[in-house]
Ligand binder design. Structure first.
Ligand code: NAD
Length: 500
């Protein structure tokens, strides 16, 4: 991954292969295709390949394959599943460069971040593989008359629906625990970023995953995605995407009583008090918004900065943001690549005019570079109030909105005055304030004096419109498994006799 020219050359054979084969569904270990749609690169709008456009009958075939494969996969010993999932992780690592290059070209995410995506994906597989042998463990809860025991059993075939931002890592994050728990899977990747989902399932099958344990149907949300959420053989839906899609899925899944797990949108505050380590707070605020093109659910997209330090902090931030390097995502120097798609580019850039009409100041960016591709210059809005659309709505691009606050009470009120509640970041040297303030914050995940540093045993998820349920640690297994209680009589306790 040394420079643009060598990365472009290394990607070329993979692109040629994709153009030739296209991307088919993978159902029961077989390629299945039919009608297709065309997948483009956000870098220059060039065609990457044709992709199978899944229908309700493709979903039905995939759900049936997952149902047929379920009993054997459920009954395989945890240690055997552990071994297989480690083999998948090994194969992901062996393909890390190909995955990174393809992901960068398909999504526009800079290679400097995508180089680690495959390794994060492999780590997800290893983490849940190691927990597979103990996944069914339960408790012993004796009563005077019964020996009560609990165990966990996998819920059945599940649907996994993923978005286009960091699609490789997110797919592994959802699918690895499902497989480790003993569930079989039908995956519906995002239509804008199908390439690495295909690589991932190929890798898993080559590593020895039995056919039908993991199936993939491409296509659009309102067709393939909707059919998956409605299918009676699918027992649960793990979904990552927008909040409004989450509520549609909940309605679609209601007639079949789907269990749902939602990781949804965010508009996360980073709160900087005047006693903070300001250089570190500045680095973290910039990293958490402008990395991954700002297309990141946990991004710190609202900067809440204390009035006494605001002017200087905002000025330094604007200078740094103006220096961020926008360019081809295959260039290791690039810090921001193109946005995923023209429709998303239009949405993000529409906030430039909204900011002006709402009376905010554009302190950096607010423009787009000339030339093809869905590029935007990193943008920083100041002089905003929390009621403005630029402060309330998830923009999901390299666009940060700064809002000033007087004191702790006002900071908390602004931080919580939002429909979302995914993450929050707090910068202060005062430990007592940090404890008090984090206690009042409405967010599923909070970091104090730190950017988002993910630790897989911790719970991941949001409150309010940001989600339902948690991933990570044992929480993932709680979603993909059912608790089962069995009571064994230990004697001849009195049974009420009716009609005797
Ligand atoms: P999206 O909701 O538009 O699409 C996500 C997936 O849902 C896609 O595969 C899509 O095809 C499918 N889908 C769309 N309509 C559907 C329907 N009616 N039934 C079933 N499936 C349907 O989201 P996106 O634009 O791809 O991704 C960006 C969003 O994802 C942002 O809001 C971001 O915050 C969120 N996100 C959240 C997390 C988290 O962990 N909380 C992580 C990453 C992304």
């Amino acid at each position: 991954m040394t420079d643009l020219a060598s990365n472009t050359a290394k990607l070329a054979p993979h692109l040629a292969a994709l153009r030739e084969t296209g991307i088919a569904h993978r159902i029961g270990g077989q390629d299945v295709t039919g009608a297709t749609f065309t997948n483009h690169s956000p870098v220059d709008d060039s065609v990457i390949c044709e992709v199978a456009r899944g229908t309700a009958s493709d979903i039905d075939a995939a759900a049936q394959a997952a149902k047929d494969a379920f009993p054997a996969w459920r009954d395989m010993s945890g240690t055997a599943r552990k071994k297989l999932l480690h083999a998948v992780a090994d194969a992901i690592e062996a393909n890390a460069e190909k995955i990174a290059l393809c992901e960068a070209w398909d999504t526009g995410q800079p290679i400097r971040f995508m180089a680690k995506a495959a390794l994060r994906g492999a780590e997800n597989f290893r983490f849940f593989a190691d927990r597979a042998p103990a996944a069914r463990d339960g408790q012993h809860l004796p009563s005077p008359t019964l020996m009560n025991v609990t165990t966990r059993v996998p819920i059945g075939p599940v649907g996994v629906i993923t978005p286009w931002n960091t699609p490789f890592m997110l797919s592994t994050w959802k699918i690895a625990p499902a497989l480790a728990a003993g569930c079989t899977v039908v995956h519906k990747p995002a239509e804008f970023s199908p390439v690495t989902a295909r690589l991932l399932i190929e890798i898993a099958e080559e590593a020895g995953l039995p056919p039908g344990v993991w199936n993939m149907v491409n296509g659009f949300g309102e067709e393939a995605g909707k059919a998956l959420t409605e299918h009676p053989a699918i027992k649960a839906i793990a979904f990552v995407g927008e909040s409004k899609t989450g509520s549609m899925i909940q309605a679609q899944g209601a007639p079949t009583l789907k269990r749902v797990h939602f990781e949804l949108g965010g508009k996360n505050p980073v709160v900087v008090f005047d006693d903070a380590d300001l250089p570190r707070a500045l680095d973290a605020a910039i990293f958490m918004l402008y990395s991954l093109n700002g297309e990141r659910c946990t991004s710190s997209s609202r900067l809440l900065v204390q009035e006494s330090i605001a002017e200087q902090f905002e000025a330094e931030l604007a200078t740094r943001v103006s220096n961020i390097r926008v360019g081809n995502p295959l260039d290791p120097q690039t810090e921001i690549g193109p946005l995923i798609h023209e429709t998303h580019w239009k949405k993000v850039t529409s906030y430039f005019d909204k900011a002006k009409s709402e009376g905010a100041t554009i302190s950096a960016g607010g423009t787009c570079p000339d030339g093809p591709g869905h590029f935007v210059n990193p943008t920083f809005f100041t002089a905003a109030s929390n009621q403005m659309a630029i402060a309330q709505e998830e923009i999901f691009g390299p666009v940060l909105t700064a809002i000033r606050f007087k004191d702790e009470d006002e900071a908390l009120q602004i931080a919580n005055d939002i429909p979302y509640g995914l993450t929050a970041y707090v910068w202060t040297q005062d430990i007592t304030r940090a404890m008090r303030f984090t206690g009042g914050l409405e967010a599923g995940m909070i970091w104090v004096n730190s950017e988002n540093v993910r630790h897989l045993p911790t719970p991941f998820g949001g409150v309010k419109a940001s989600g339902i349920g948690r991933d990570g640690g044992d929480w993932s297994f709680e979603f993909y498994m059912e608790q089962k209680h069995i009571g064994f009589a230990t004697g001849t306790h009195k049974i009420p006799r009716l009609g005797a």
